[in-house]
Design a protein around this ligand. Structure first.
Ligand code: E4P
Length: 222
């Protein structure tokens, strides 16, 4: 399963890239609002210099011409830009038109398998079910991932599933087991995946024992 970072924070993206675990990035207006300081275009341009994987840039317009205009604009920023379009009747049309033009899209705000199925049929390269936001309202978000993975496999559909709105490391494991092709994570969740108290304890123990062994050797040698 591929790992994307769900952030517009350049520093976080650089760190994940250095760890060798970064396959792509997803951004959205809320994530961009958190960082500020640069235009959205400049943030996207910078991210695309760090990763050659897909980088999602979200359109804001809710009319077809506006979506197409923004999508075409983003697609010119870098070859790995994927245009993120929210699920809606107009969004499906925009996805279909962009697919005809060779622009890759990521259909976002997916909450049911049927929405994901329609997005894939319209031509979205990526579909993003929001697991955490479903869990937040007492529905099992992972069911959508499982159902879509099965539907895409049965019908040999090419779209990839991005497990989005990930809240904790367990969501990542569950997404991988449920058949998501990608999980997009906040940086904090990526860090949580690295650590385990027994790993940290074990590293400290090895260091202490190593020092003890060297001291004993030095004492024996006089
Ligand atoms: C996906 O691409 C979205 O940016 C993201 O996962 C939304 O997550 P949230 O529910 O934490 O805002």
């Amino acid at each position: 399963m591929k790992i994307f970072l769900d952030t517009a924070d350049i520093d976080e993206i650089r760190v994940a890239a250095r760890w060798g675990v970064l396959d792509g990035v997803t951004t959205n207006p809320s994530l961009y609002a958190k960082v500020g300081g640069m235009s959205y275009d400049d943030v996207l341009r910078e991210i695309c210099t760090i990763t050659s994987g897909p980088v999602s840039a979200e359109v804001i317009a809710d009319d077809l011409e506006g979506m197409l205009e923004e999508g075409r604009h983003f697609a010119k920023i870098a070859p790995n830009i994927v245009v993120k379009v929210a699920m809606s009747e107009t969004g499906l049309e925009a996805i279909s038109r962009m697919a005809d033009e060779g622009i890759r899209t990521n259909c976002t705000l997916i909450f049911t398998a049927n929405q994901g199925l329609l997005a894939a049929k319209a031509g979205a390269a990526l579909v993003s079910p929001f697991v955490g936001r479903l869990d937040d309202i007492n529905q099992d978000g992972m069911i959508v991932i499982r159902e879509l993975a099965e539907i895409f496999a049965i019908h040999e559909m090419d779209a990839e599933i991005i497990s989005a709105s990930i809240r904790h490391p367990q969501h990542v494991t569950q997404s991988a087991l449920a058949g998501a092709h990608i999980a997009t994570l906040p940086f904090k969740v990526l860090q949580q995946m690295v650590h385990h108290p027994l790993t940290d304890k074990g590293i400290a123990q090895f260091k202490a024992d190593w020092a003890k062994a060297r001291e004993a050797l030095a004492a024996r040698r006089g």
